[in-house]
Design a protein around this ligand. Structure first.
Ligand SMILES: NC(=O)N[C@@H](CC(=O)O)C(=O)O
Ligand SMILES: [Zn+2]
Ligand SMILES: [Zn+2]
Length: 346
């Protein structure tokens, strides 16, 4: 039996939602992860420090009794965001990043940014105080093909913003392309990228071949196999630019299995065994620790967790429920499509 012990991992991109869904999914993340960067795309979004304080309280209330899980809060950047409110929320330690959604790019992004000149003051303040900007890196122009939206974003939005705001620390969230990986890799330590569990496992064929698979639909949409290979190479390389952000994004099954299905894969429950499988297949189990436990804290200038997580490989494949039941409805777990022999030792 093989085992691997790593510092307890963190999830640097997580959707916990609110209300009954929050209650259903929060324990799933708290089981294996010590901390998570909590995405602010609620309805309405988490825009102010006061809203982040209240949301954090609701998250803590949804955790199981003895959970050791720290939600790291973010603010949703709008064209009306007040730089001073952001600075106060960061100085108190409440808020660890600000999230940029181009308006209309993804789930609940209607309040996002349309005119980047209008957020200039906030970005300059963030550069000054060292607060990271997390970006959903896709353009939204209808004439740009959905498979090209990330690459076009880098050239027309991300790189210009970074050039105009020296010192701004940026995380390219859920990078899905070789273009994104190459860009991030070529930058300094003020640039990082999260990679999801599911983008390491599926390419666009998984979504479309043999019938449409709504539970594989997420944004940015999975790309060609050569791009998945670039993500696997980046994650398993040990390069500190790249760290785990599951982007676990629960939607109740009826909202996914629909004529107009929501984007998002739910991976909070079984991400660590899936990653162990992917890293082992690359002969890179020794790089899992950097990707899941060290590179993220390094970027966010936080300590590596002192407690540990042990994964063990057994002959018997692991099994998870097909879905978890929540007060907001059933949520289907991401299906990797192959047997996984790794388990988290409890
Ligand atoms: N990733 C997704 O497909 N969906 C996310 C939003 C996001 O991260 O873009 C969601 O909130 O459902
Ligand atoms: Zn996103
Ligand atoms: Zn997300």
């Amino acid at each position: 039996m093989s085992t691997i012990t790593i510092p307890r991992p963190d999830d640097w991109h997580l959707h916990l939602r609110d209300g009954a869904m929050l209650e259903g999914v929060a324990p799933e993340s708290a089981r294996d992860f010590a901390r998570a960067i909590i995405m602010p795309n609620l309805v309405p979004p988490v825009v102010t420090g006061a809203e982040a304080t209240a949301y954090r309280e609701r998250i803590l209330a949804a955790l199981p009794e003895r959970a050791e899980f720290e939600p790291l809060m973010t603010l949703y950047l709008t064209e009306r965001t007040d730089p001073e409110d952001v600075a106060r929320a960061a100085a108190s330690g409440l808020v660890r990043a600000v999230k940029l959604y181009p308006a209309g790019a993804t789930t609940n992004s209607d309040s996002g940014v349309r005119d980047f000149d209008r957020v200039r003051g906030v970005l300059e303040k963030m550069a000054e105080i060292g607060l990271p900007l997390c970006v959903h890196g896709e353009v939204t122009s209808p004439e740009i093909d959905i498979f090209d939206r990330e690459a076009v974003f880098i050239e027309t939005v991300l790189d210009p913003i970074r050039r105009a705001t020296p010192g701004l620390r940026v995380v390219m969230e859920h990078v899905t392309t070789k273009d994104g990986v190459d860009y991030v890799r070529s930058q300094g330590d003020d640039m990082g990228a999260t990679i999801t569990t599911h983008h390491l496992i599926i390419n666009r064929n998984h979504i479309l071949v043999g019938g449409i698979k709504p539970h594989y639909y997420c944004l940015p949409v999975a790309k060609r196999e050569e791009h998945r290979r670039a993500l696997v190479a980046a994650a398993t390389s040990g390069d500190a630019h790249f760290f785990l952000g599951t982007d676990s994004a629960p939607h109740a099954d009826p909202a996914k299995e629909s004529a107009c299905g929501c984007a998002g894969c739910f991976t909070a429950t079984h991400t660590m065994p899936l990653l162990a499988h992917v890293f082992e297949a690359e002969g890179a189990l020794d790089k899992l620790e950097g990707f899941a436990s060290r590179n993220g804290p390094r970027f966010y200038k936080l300590p590596v967790n002192e407690t540990t997580l042990t994964l063990e490989k057994t002959d018997e494949p692991a099994s998870w429920p097909a879905k978890i039941e929540t007060g907001a409805g059933p949520v289907t777990l991401f299906d990797p499509g192959f047997p996984v022999h790794w388990h988290v030792k409890r």
